[in-house]
Design a protein around this ligand. Structure first.
Ligand code: TXA
Ligand code: MG
Length: 312
């Protein structure tokens, strides 16, 4: 299917991707159509192993080699200078390219059998919640996808961490499945984390990863009061109940209990947002976890889910 220029949804350890042959500009353009994604929003090229990196980029700086050795296969994406093999359609016209080796047996088997690179954004419509099961992909994209490979639920549940290694100092463009602390331990120095409002990368719109319901963020101890107030005002309220309030009764339309471990929270995050949407909530009240470890990526996604919506 990939060789024929088709679109194949594939499981990765982070979220499901919508894959196409990275070297087929027509197939790559179809990804943008199906997702409703602006064409200047660059894609990630997925490779079957770190040994293939040199084929796809202009040069591999020492830092990139170090990070690839430590974290691939895994939820880390490196931004490097684009190699000639990568069409500009895949990079949104940029002279850099994002590359990663996913840590999922089905994705790796597909990449090994295919041999080439597979460009794959998350397999959802632009701006909405990323899919973490094959059912999510079918429900959202339907027949627009030629083939959906079902590899079960994604283990990590939030997207890869994107690190730009084109400059003098590496920087995190998007927090994700590899934590800042893990990166700093390998690099041996602190890393800057972008402000959420940063618009450095094309397509980093403030609202992204968003369910249909409006998302409101409040302090953890105010979640219940805020939800009940909104309910009295007539909203169908969904609540992200923080672990510390697990036993607190709350009058709401639907409740998602936030797990105590951030790994479990990350794994469940997009499923919770989808569930509350499906149950008909028009408002979701949530709070941010501590921004350390995977909490940084979770908070980033929640902030953006709550961001101003310019296109609704
Ligand atoms: O975990 C993931 O990364 C998933 C799975 C499927 O691998 N993919 C994913 O792709 O999240 P997508 O397209 O939803 O997000 C890719 C992000 C975008 O925010 C894009 O702006 C950034 O990567 N990106 C891609 N190429 C870039 C480049 N050359 N420079 C800076 N950012 C880039
Ligand atoms: Mg995405």
């Amino acid at each position: 299917m990939l060789r024929a220029g088709g679109l194949v949804a594939l499981p990765t350890e982070t979220v499901y991707g919508l894959g196409a042959d990275a070297e087929n500009p027509v197939a790559v353009s179809r990804i943008f159509q199906v997702k409703g994604r602006p064409p200047n929003h660059p894609l990630i090229v997925h490779l079957g192993g770190a040994g293939l990196l040199d084929d796809w980029v202009e040069e591999v700086p020492k830092t990139a080699r170090l990070l690839a050795e430590h974290f691939w296969p895994g939820p880390l994406t490196l931004v490097l200078r684009r190699g000639r093999r990568v069409p500009l359609e895949a990079t949104g016209g940029l002279e850099t390219v994002a590359v990663r080796v996913p840590d999922h047996p089905v994705a790796l088997a597909l990449l090994a059998a295919f041999g080439g690179g597979v460009t794959a954004p998350s397999a959802n419509r632009f701006g909405s919640v990323s899919p973490t099961t094959a059912q999510h992909v079918r429900a959202e994209l339907g027949d627009a996808v030629d083939f959906v490979l079902d590899g079960g639920s994604c283990e990590v549940g939030v997207e890869s961490t994107i690190v730009d290694v084109t400059g003098d100092a590496p920087s995190i463009l998007r927090p994700g499945g590899v934590t800042r602390e893990e990166l700093e331990a390998v690099l041996g120095h602190p890393l800057a984390v972008p402000a959420t409002s940063s618009v450095r990368v094309p397509g980093q719109h403030p609202s992204h990863y968003a369910p249909r319901a409006r998302v409101v963020l409040v302090e953890p101890e105010k979640v219940v009061a805020e939800a009940e107030l909104a309910r009295e005002l007539g909203h169908r309220v969904g609540v992200f109940l923080p672990p510390a309030l697990a036993d607190t009764p709350v009058r709401a339309h639907a409740v998602a209990r936030v797990p105590g471990s951030t790994a479990a929270y990350a794994r469940g995050l997009y499923g919770f947002l989808r569930d509350l949407d499906q149950q008909g909530c028009d408002l979701i009240v949530a709070s941010l976890p501590a921004e350390e470890g995977l909490g940084l990526a979770i908070a980033n996604r929640l902030r953006r889910a709550a961001g101003p919506r310019t296109t609704v």
